[in-house]
Design a binder for this molecule. Structure first.
Ligand code: FE
Length: 466
């Protein structure tokens, strides 16, 4: 009996909170009520109702059965494990030290890696990395320099000390001499490496890698669709060509001919041909009429400017913009812009000097983004406080500590002594994109709650009027 096996398995294989509402939402999507679900899944009558009500634990065996019978993947039924119930996870310097690993390249130590704050809720994989290979020149062909093969994750890197940064793009290897406060943003799969120019002073980086929207569902979907689909879907990085591909894709998707589009937007076929050939970019006015004709937002017709040269965006400390925050005459923080690129409009990298002695509400670091904070070696310590789920929390943080902050959590920093503490802040957008946010806003009252945790059938079995 399936039911008996479920009962015995449930003692040690329950999946955790959230799975019951995912199961209900999927059954609703497939228009299965409790009786139909029991029949489909070979469960004893009443079992599905118990599962979605949380009266019976959902087991791995049941998830496999659901995935075998219904057109869903196991992954669709697995809730995210929330490892940040207080809204913030603080990762202490001592714990970073304990995670230290020395990795050799070419038979000799090359890097010392230490973990810093991570969460299952965000795609950050931020490492503190010390360069153990010292070089006496800036030659990217130096045999002492051990290159990697590149990696999937985007990499924002903040430099401390005399670090050489090497990167390869289009078959050409380059080396840039970095100093404290310099930063770079690098594209996926571009080979790179780092060395120290001097072994008498600290030379390390904060390598803040993150998947952004590349990891998770898009990667899994494309793996299943295959390489030809990957080539078909990849848009050119050149703004003219990429925009033309985007527009052509929308036309094909809608089965519009050029005369049909022309009739809808009052641009001539000749003008449209020039735009679709990538010979010129449409003007703002033309974009507006094209968007209206295609029933999309203007932003759906636009691509970001590349923002990288040879695969990287470099921001040297010497030319970085700084400003006071929250205002010129309210100098709680000194903010400095680090490397950035329009490819990631929802990524923000900053250093923030904490000058505030108190924590007024308007000084909170509240943002729609996931937030990573690393306390750069500085003088003294800072107080970090935040509210989450109606409760106030606070921690004292100092050099080498790091933290992950959930989106929307108002976190505040103030100095606890005379010294100024410098924070490295990297904010990234999560899976809740602008499209998802606008869909949430379009839901009727109560819709967002049901989206987060569906608990009801999609209809009233008693058939009553609403
Ligand atoms: Fe890397």
């Amino acid at each position: 009996m399936v039911e008996e096996r479920l009962d015995s398995a449930s003692r040690d294989a329950a999946i955790g909170p959230g799975v019951a509402s995912l199961l209900r939402a999927i059954a609703n999507d497939l228009k299965r009520n409790d009786e139909a679900a029991d029949a489909d899944l070979g469960l004893a009558p009443g079992t599905f109702a118990d599962l979605v009500a949380g009266r019976r634990a959902v087991t791995w065996e049941l998830i496999q059965r659901v995935s075998a019978v219904w057109p869903v993947s196991e992954r669709d039924l697995l809730p995210v494990r929330d490892d940040c119930p207080l809204g913030v996870r603080v990762h202490r310097f001592e714990s970073s030290l304990k995670s230290a690993r020395i990795i050799e390249r070419g038979g000799a130590p090359y890097y010392e890696y230490r973990d810093t704050a991570m969460s299952r809720l965000a795609s950050y994989r931020p490492e503190w990395i010390r360069m153990l290979r010292t070089v006496d020149n800036d030659d990217p062909g130096n045999p002492a320099v051990a290159w990697n093969s590149g990696h999937l994750l985007y990499q924002f890197t903040f430099f401390v000390g005399p670090v050489n940064y090497y990167y390869e793009w289009g078959g050409t290897k380059r080396c840039v001499r970095m100093r404290t406060g310099d930063s770079i943003f690098g594209l996926p799969f571009a080979p790179h490496t780092f060395t120290a120019r001097d072994d008498t002073e600290p030379a390390y980086i904060l390598a803040l890698t993150y998947g952004g929207h590349l990891t998770g569902d898009p990667q899994r979907e494309l793996s299943a669709l295959g390489p030809a689909a990957g080539d078909h879907l990849a848009l050119s990085l050149s703004p003219e060509a990429g925009q033309a591909e985007l527009l052509k894709g929308l036309l094909r998707g809608r089965m519009f001919t050029l005369p049909e589009l022309s009739a809808r937007c009052h641009l001539s076929v000749v003008e449209l041909e020039a735009i679709l050939a990538g010979h010129r970019q449409p003007s703002g006015q033309e974009l507006a009429v094209l968007a209206e004709a295609l029933d999309v937002a203007v932003r759906d017709l636009l691509l970001p400017a590349a923002g990288t040269v040879d695969g990287v965006a470099v921001q040297l400390a010497a030319t970085a913009r700084s400003w006071w925050y929250p205002a010129e005459d309210d100098r709680a923080f000194r903010v400095t812009q680090l490397a950035r690129t329009a490819i990631h409009p929802h990524t923000t990298a900053l250093t923030v000097d904490v000058l505030a002695n108190d924590e007024p509400d308007h000084n909170s670091f509240q943002t729609y983004q996931h937030q990573y904070v690393y306390v750069l070696d500085g003088v003294g310590s800072a107080r970090m406080s935040w509210e989450h789920a109606g409760r106030r929390h606070h921690e004292t943080i100092s050099g080498g500590d790091s933290a992950y902050v959930k989106p929307g959590v108002p976190v505040r920093f103030s100095r606890t002594g005379p010294g100024i503490l410098r924070l490295l802040v990297l904010r990234i957008g999560g899976s809740v994109t602008t499209e998802v946010r606008s869909a949430l806003g379009a839901m009727p009252a109560g819709g967002v709650e049901r989206y987060l945790a569906e608990s009801q059938l999609w209809y009233d079995p008693k058939g009553g009027a609403r």
